[in-house]
Design a protein around this ligand. Structure first.
Ligand code: FEO
Length: 390
């Protein structure tokens, strides 16, 4: 749909998915997304880097036909279908083309797309592919966010094609970053939902990107970065071990008792000069919470007890926290119950892979009484003391 020239012989072929609002039936996309393929044409050969989502195959095929090129190689940086799902159609259009990727990605593409095993050219770390006046170098960068991920560097123009890595879910017709604050927020949300569980791998792979020192970073979601430092610095901030003096309070309240505790904790924390964010789990997009989990020092989950356990919305939130593995240092748990509760055990078990520091839970019976609220004030003071050591 959108062909934009980046430099001589290099084009972005972008499918813009304005309407997409959910990815993997899990991740909300408030700004839509794009699937970016790139075409690199040397004097002798032509390479397509990644493809597009299967729902947009016709757009990519149209773009290739409009450019009147013959593709010799399809570089596959990542096997997930939003980038690989059109490779079969590209091979049908160019029957002599070969798929260039690493051995792990080859296996995935055979499993996921049934691409014929004879159609592959397997590359390893540092291998180069000569196109004539243009050279592609491949760097293996596992776990951003699958085990087979790699990135491709166009040496002459110093353009780094990173696929998912350093991307953002944002539908835009602009080739380059135009609205920095919006892209920063979209990229942070994307990092939190897709990359955060692999923070240690991201640390290694960011160093690889910095060593390459690209002039342009061209991801396969969202706009291209003419200023690589912008997105590299943002990731360095997110993957660092430092956290902010910020408490997130995801909560559910059925009859108002838990909300009384939430509001008292919020007030006490504000009085102690701690930034607080409340998220009503019934109304809030969990992606918004995930975005702020990137750098919050503390999360206090607030839930009533339902059939002895946390409210199902709180169960879901707890599961996501455990899965996304934020660098959050402290966890709290507050709520009201009627006649009995196993909330503390159940939440602690779910969070156990994080080896969490759980601050004294405050579970109270029924509607909060003044002594219950004093326990909440004490919790706020404990959090404040812990935050002094951040
Ligand atoms: Fe954009 Fe992992 O796919």
């Amino acid at each position: 749909m959108s062909i934009k020239k980046i430099s001589d012989g290099v084009w972005s072929l972008r499918s813009i998915d304005w309407d997409r609002r959910i990815f993997d039936e899990l991740i909300s996309l408030p700004y839509g997304t794009t699937y970016n393929a790139y075409l690199v044409k040397g004097n002798d050969k032509c390479a397509l880097i990644d493809s597009t989502d299967p729902t947009k195959t016709y757009e990519l095929i149209n773009d290739l036909k409009r450019l009147k090129v013959k593709v010799d190689y399809v570089i596959s940086n990542h096997a997930e279908q939003d980038h690989s799902g059109s490779i079969g159609d590209v091979l049908n259009l160019y029957p002599d083309a070969m798929v260039v990727t690493n051995s792990k990605c080859k296996d995935f593409l055979i499993d996921l797309l049934h691409i014929d095993s004879t159609k592959f050219l397997v590359v390893k770390e540092g291998d180069r592919l000569e196109l004539g006046s243009k050279t592609l170098q491949f760097k293996i960068t596992p776990w951003v966010h699958w085990p087979e991920t790699m990135i491709t560097f166009l040496e002459e123009e110093k353009i780094l094609f990173t696929c998912d890595f350093l991307g953002s879910h944002i539908a835009t017709s602009e080739l380059y970053v135009a609205d920095r604050p919006l892209v920063y927020l979209a990229a942070k949300r994307y990092y939190s939902e897709v990359m955060m569980p692999f923070r240690n791998n991201i640390k290694k792979n960011i160093e690889i990107v910095k060593d390459i020192a690209p002039k342009i970073i061209a991801p396969s979601h969202g706009p291209v970065y003419q200023d690589p430092k912008f997105i590299i610095s943002a990731h360095e901030e997110w993957i660092s071990d430092s956290v902010k003096n910020l408490v997130l309070i995801p909560y559910v309240s059925m009859h108002g008792s838990t909300k009384i505790l939430v509001d008292r904790l919020t007030q006490s924390l504000i009085d102690l000069d701690i930034e607080v964010m409340q998220f009503n789990l019934i109304k809030t997009d969990v992606g918004e919470i995930a975005t702020h989990m990137v750098d919050a020092a503390t999360i206090v989950l607030a839930t009533p007890t339902v059939l002895l356990g946390p409210h199902p919305a709180a169960v879901y939130a707890t599961y996501l926290v455990a899965a996304l593995k934020p660098k959050t240092k402290y966890f709290g748990l507050i709520g009201s119950f009627g006649w009995g509760s196993k909330v503390v055990d159940m939440v602690s078990n779910t969070l156990s892979p994080l080896k969490p520091h759980i601050i004294n839970p405050v579970l109270i019976k029924g509607m909060p009484k003044e002594e219950d609220l004093k326990l909440i004030d004490a919790l706020a003071i404990q959090i404040s003391e812990l935050h002094k050591n951040l």
